[in-house]
Design a binder for this molecule. Structure first.
Ligand SMILES: Nc1ncnc2c1ncn2[C@@H]1O[C@H](COP(=O)(O)OP(=O)(O)OP(=O)(O)O)[C@@H](O)[C@H]1O
Ligand SMILES: [Zn+2]
Length: 661
């Protein structure tokens, strides 16, 4: 009997046999996505191969539907899924659902292209600097000789990394090879789509979470057939099924968005290395603030370091002035007199300002002045943020929205007031201080409308706005030549989060946002408000001294045994019942500890600990952390799947998470 081996995206570590659908030959099923019934559910799955079964009594269900007309599963996608399943604790089916999106949809009739822009490629406007040329030569040599090398392009902000990428892509293109270019943030799409499509016209596809299921299908098939040769996109664009992949570029490689939090918790950088090895392609990791891991690899010659130590035309780095808020009372004015003066001065010269605060909403909490209680989210153990226009209280974690209470729910006092500041409040204050200035705010709230990304980018670029206010969305990648001042309202938002990466993230954020100014003909200035002016993340950022920061941070990591000195996994145990979450976390810890001892798996187990946010979406959480080397961590993490948990408990494993909170 002929049966078809199908990978289903469920956490059962095996593939399943189904009968081919009636009237369709088995050869026309294999390599395509199919719908199958499993345990009462219909699931989009992957038809891997035809097998002969000796057992003719086998009771098998037929495949319900063959989704694709053409083959979508390649040898590479199966091998890659196997790699993902072995390295991120998931099944082949779950891994395939990552490599080949189950949701992409074949159009009923041919639709016109939306994201592919048919502009003719434009000539280059300027010649490369010596440092850029050196970088391009090295990358091209590697691409042309199929050397499968990885480069770390460490170039200060505005050193012209984009131009290096474009020249390297052009070379790959001339060699008839394809290229993937990853960008970390959807807010940067407008800028990069403009730049890349100007050069490469209709050869470019754009892939991100905002595109429709049909657009995804079209792009996927066009990449597979070679109709497009360059894919620009977010993390998941790393899976673009190019056949002749020559080059993978990961811009802002330090960004945590390249790491998927949900299962499978893959890192796009690692997928890039795997694909590069298989396809003999080159990888370029670019950043002005490389991650500790990437910089260490480069210094140890595991990858090749290329430096762009200066800004284009030797423009000076912006001068960073630190304004200490140490002795200033909490809850006072958001902007110091010095900051207000600096903004006023820049606006009077018709230059532009970026005002950065990495917190959206109006205020992060509301508090009763009488009894001191803070209004908490009913579903999560966090305070609710106050939002103006429309006025509401919102939980930034579960989305719960409430009306602002007229009296304190605890003591009935009317003395309820907002506390702390977010981007809405900054926008408000700036509006009052500079009524003539045109202000645009880009953060998680305004960015829910897709067109606001484009509005922010084009508006600042074309001088329609004087001040851009925003969160980390505006901190990196943007190239706005008329921005001459950056104000960091509060540099400390990420500094004291209980996570081993909080100093690194703070250093990166300050360096990146500072790098947004002084990119044109007028030098830039940065004003950085902080309560911790002496912290090494801040002092080294002020001095643009990445290497000293790196050394100091490495010492801390070594002392506390954290990456890059070990690998880590975060196991989250969740249950709606707090006691059950706690009990199961403790039982799981004992189970893993016993296994580690009896199988002599050398790892360090920590926990179970209450995470920074103990309750999320009405679910209580406990974390177990495994530290050690990757092989041992994976060995132990595999056992998590065999753990018999209490009803209602959900256990997930994240390999090398971007944080431990
Ligand atoms: N060779 C060159 N000659 C003149 N201008 C250049 C050259 N190369 C790049 N530029 C310009 O310099 C500016 C900064 O370049 P780019 O945006 O690529 O910097 P970057 O290194 O990516 O910075 P960041 O890390 O801040 O994103 C851009 O406006 C770009 O057009
Ligand atoms: Zn909530």
């Amino acid at each position: 009997m002929i049966v078809i081996n199908v990978a289903v995206a469920v956490p059962l570590n095996k593939t399943f046999y189904y009968l081919p659908p009636e009237n369709i030959s088995p050869q026309d099923v294999v390599g395509k996505r199919v719908r199958v019934q499993l345990g009462g559910r219909f699931i989009t799955s992957y038809a891997l191969e035809i097998t002969q079964s000796e057992d003719s009594n086998l009771k098998l269900k037929p495949i319900t539907e063959v989704i694709d007309d053409d083959v979508v599963i390649t040898d590479e996608s199966v091998a890659l899924a196997k790699y993902i399943s072995e390295n991120y604790v998931c099944t082949i089916g779950e891994a395939l659902a990552c490599v080949i999106p189950p949701a992409m949809k074949k159009p009923k009739r041919k639709i016109k292209d939306v994201e592919i822009i048919n502009e003719e490629s434009l000539p280059y406007g300027f010649s490369l600097t010596a440092a850029q040329k050196n970088a391009v030569d090295k990358i091209n040599k590697s691409v042309n000789s199929n050397a499968a090398k990885t480069f770390l392009l460490y170039g200060v902000t505005s050193s012209g990394k984009t131009e290096v990428y474009l020249h390297a892509i052009e070379n790959a293109f001339k060699q008839n090879k394809s290229a993937i270019m990853l960008i970390p943030e959807i807010s940067l799409t407008a800028q990069f789509v403009e730049i890349v499509t100007k050069r490469f016209g209709s050869a470019v596809g754009v892939w991100h979470s905002g595109i429709s299921a049909i657009e995804k299908y079209n792009l996927f098939m066009k990449a597979k057939s070679g109709e497009i040769k360059i894919m620009l996109g977010a993390r998941s664009a790393i899976f673009t099924p190019f056949k002749n992949l020559g080059l993978i570029i990961i811009d802002e490689e330090h960004e945590h968005t390249y790491k998927q939090e949900q299962k499978p918790s893959y890192d796009a950088r690692e997928i890039a290395f795997w694909r590069a090895k298989r396809n003999k392609s080159s990888v370029v990791l670019g950043s002005a603030t490389p991650s500790l891991e990437s910089y260490k690899d480069a210094l140890e010659n595991k990858t090749e370091l290329i430096n762009l130590p200066e800004r284009i035309d030797k423009k000076p780095m912006p001068k960073i002035e630190i304004l200490s808020l140490k002795n200033k009372p909490f809850g006072g004015s958001l902007l110091t007199i010095e900051t207000i003066r600096a903004i006023s001065n820049v606006l009077s010269k018709k230059e532009q300002v970026i005002v950065f605060l990495n917190r959206r909403g109006y205020s992060p909490s509301i508090m009763c002045k009488n009894c001191g209680s803070v209004y908490q989210c009913p579903n999560c153990s966090v305070s609710m943020s106050y939002h103006k226009a429309p006025e509401s209280l919102r939980c930034h974690y579960c989305g719960e929205t409430k009306k602002l209470p007229a009296v304190c729910p605890v003591c009935k006092s009317k003395e309820v007031s907002v506390f702390g500041a977010g981007t809405q409040k900054v926008e408000d204050e700036l509006g009052k201080l500079f009524p003539k200035a045109k202000i645009f705010r880009l953060d998680g709230d305004t960015a829910s409308l897709k067109e606001n990304y484009v509005k922010a980018y084009k508006g600042v670029k074309n001088d329609r706005y004087d001040i851009l206010v925003g969160t980390q969305m505006i901190a990196k990648g943007f190239d706005f030549p008329r921005v001459t001042l950056v104000c960091v309202v509060d540099a400390d938002t990420s500094l004291y989060l209980p996570d081993f990466k909080s100093s690194e993230k703070t250093f990166q954020l300050i360096t990146q946002v500072s790098g947004r100014c002084g990119r044109g003909s007028i030098p830039g200035n940065v004003i950085l408000q902080t309560r911790h002016p002496e912290h090494y993340a801040i002092t080294h950022a002020k001095a643009y001294d990445f290497h000293s920061f790196y050394k100091e941070e490495l010492l801390q990591r070594e002392k506390l045994f954290y990456p890059p000195y070990c690998d880590v996994a975060k196991i989250a145990v969740r249950n709606r019942d707090e006691q059950k979450a706690l009990q199961d976390a403790e039982k799981l810890f004992i189970f893993l500890d016993g296994l580690a001892k009896s199988f002599e798996i050398h790892v360090k187990l920590l926990g179970p600990a209450t995470p920074y946010i103990a309750k999320l979406h009405n679910t209580h959480r406990r974390h177990i952390i495994i530290k050690g080397d990757k092989k041992n961590i994976l060995k132990l993490a595999e056992f998590v799947q065999n753990y018999k948990q209490l009803p209602g408990t959900h256990v997930s494993v994240e390999i090398m998470p971007s944080d431990l909170i």
